[in-house]
Design a protein around this ligand. Sequence first.
Ligand SMILES: *[C@@H]1O[C@H](CO)[C@@H](O)[C@H](O)[C@H]1NC(C)=O
Ligand SMILES: *[C@@H]1O[C@H](CO)[C@@H](O)[C@H](O)[C@H]1NC(C)=O
Ligand SMILES: *[C@@H]1O[C@H](CO)[C@@H](O)[C@H](O)[C@H]1NC(C)=O
Ligand SMILES: CC(=O)N[C@H]1CO[C@H](CO)[C@@H](O)[C@@H]1O
Length: 271
Amino acid sequence: MSLISQNQYVSVLFLIILTIWTSQAVSRRLLSTERHEKWMVQYGKIYKDAAEKEKRFQIFKNNVEFIESFNAVGDKPFNLSINQFADLHNDEFKALLINGQKKVPNMGTRETPFRYENVTDIPATMDWRKRGAVTPIKDQGSCRVDKSCKAEKGTHNNVARIKGYEKVPCNSEKRLLKAVANQPVSVTIDADEDVFQFYSSGVFTSGCGNDTNHSVTVVGYGKDGDGTKYWLVKNSWGSEWGEKGYIRMKRDIRAKEGLCGIATDSSYPIA
Ligand SMILES: *[C@@H]1O[C@H](CO)[C@@H](O)[C@H](O)[C@H]1NC(C)=O
Ligand SMILES: *[C@@H]1O[C@H](CO)[C@@H](O)[C@H](O)[C@H]1NC(C)=O
Ligand SMILES: *[C@@H]1O[C@H](CO)[C@@H](O)[C@H](O)[C@H]1NC(C)=O
Ligand SMILES: CC(=O)N[C@H]1CO[C@H](CO)[C@@H](O)[C@@H]1O
């Protein structure tokens, strides 16, 4: 008798726990479904069917979890946030990046003169946006719509006729600095990691390799409040990505390639 009631007691207890657990899981699911739907509205996303939506929802949920756990760690140099790439698996993001990259003049290994070699006047900070030398942020993401991307023209195209390009001797952040002190410089970086996909603010310090497949423009440099030196880099993923379309990337690191290979392949237009 007492054994039976004990069993019943255990069953009831189990049922209660199961019910609480299930309802919590259901409300968590509802919360993140709602979040996904809000995000879909914000970015004008439409999926072809329910199966696609479910697949995108799962990726979205995983990305949100990744971003939130990254941000939960205190005292880090940069933050991540949900953005237009939130329903893309990092593998898809990598593929998108490689297909959508803007065409840069292939400089090959040909040597060019480097006119800034002997420059000694290097300001402590530089921001070419303040000197009207930087065009507005483009959204390379729109490449996905019509599947063709218009090649972006050189940095100074709106200002002067470009005669050609010169290369910054590779693997030297010092020389890159001399060049950027004088004009914006096109560089290629390794930008396909998940931390780059969701970067939102701060000085990006780690998480990438040297596999440079993405072209961006260094439009300045400086030091943040902690004294961390950074490059001010203009991206082409719309103004909602990063710091209004820009990313600050750690400058003067130990590896000669620079962070994400930023010093491996730089060039600037000459008028
Ligand atoms: C830099 O200085 C050296 C030594 O004076 C000189 O030979 C070289 O031509 C200069 N380079 C440029 C780009 O002015
Ligand atoms: C990261 O986000 C937190 C919370 O919004 C903010 O207080 C902090 O300053 C941010 N850190 C950076 C490096 O942007
Ligand atoms: C970049 O490449 C160099 C070798 O050229 C290597 O020493 C360095 O560790 C690489 N950095 C990363 C982050 O992979
Ligand atoms: C897919 C692709 O284009 N990958 C290239 C990325 O860049 C490196 C050189 O840095 C190439 O070796 C890869 O083929």
